[in-house]
Design a protein around this ligand. Sequence first.
Ligand code: GLU
Length: 297
Amino acid sequence: MRSDSGTDQVFGPTGRFAPSPTGPLHMGSLITALASYCDIKQRGGRWFLRIDDIDPVRTDRRAIADITRTLHVHGLTPDADLRQQSYFVPRYERALQQLTEHCFYCRCSRSELQGNKLYPGYCRAIKEKTSNHAVRIRVDQQRRSFIDALKGDHGYVPADDFGDFVIWRKDDLVTYHLATACDDAMDYSHVLRGDDLFEMTAPQLFIMEKLGLTPPEYVHIPVLTYPDGTKLSKQSRAPALDAATPEANIRRALEFLGQDPPTNILSVREWIHWSVKHWRLEAVPPQLKPYIASDLA
Ligand code: GLU
């Protein structure tokens, strides 16, 4: 069966790993992918790979194949074909239309907005499209909250915490917030991701609310950093996972996640089986041990 939104309709728990295709996966990515896999598999659910490739400038085509292959080598094979956000643009366009009454067209330039933490409301009254505008959603003062399975209850006030935000860019591309809000609400029951994205949850929930969509359940796990606190990323030149040592990589990821893996020699298949069976979200430490590349040998 297909939902009107385009993906196969799936019943039961569904989770995802949603990397941006900017480069190869590193140990930090494996930690998030493995945690989301274990979390959803332990619930008897299905796990998907979503490639967040809405920004063509940041998308590295080779990275998509590389990410898929690396996950596969690590025993993390999705339960359906790869999903790419770039294929779902009609879904996002429909959402934009539905949100029209809550939106305004914003022509402010970066320099005009400089120094403002929150959008100062200059274009709030603009209801007609012009050329070269972004679309912003109008937020309100009402207090709301959501539950994160690790961090607990989190309250927020949209107007004070993030202000009117862009859901469609001036260069006619959907934003991360709108694309992710649509996909997460329509396709997944559980979102497990890095806590560098914790701040993104409230604006995404705001969009879901305005679209009348039921949000998924959330958990944000700590991200892997170097000893100086910098997050592993392409920008910080995180080394790519070595596809020749998946067993050691999985074991190391489990250690970072506080899962107390056995010292036995296991195959990739056995490691994944062990990981799902013994997965304990509550064992994930509030802060992961820092990453030191030489430990991985
Ligand atoms: N694509 C985003 C990233 O790689 C993550 C999206 C998400 O998990 O919500 O940072």
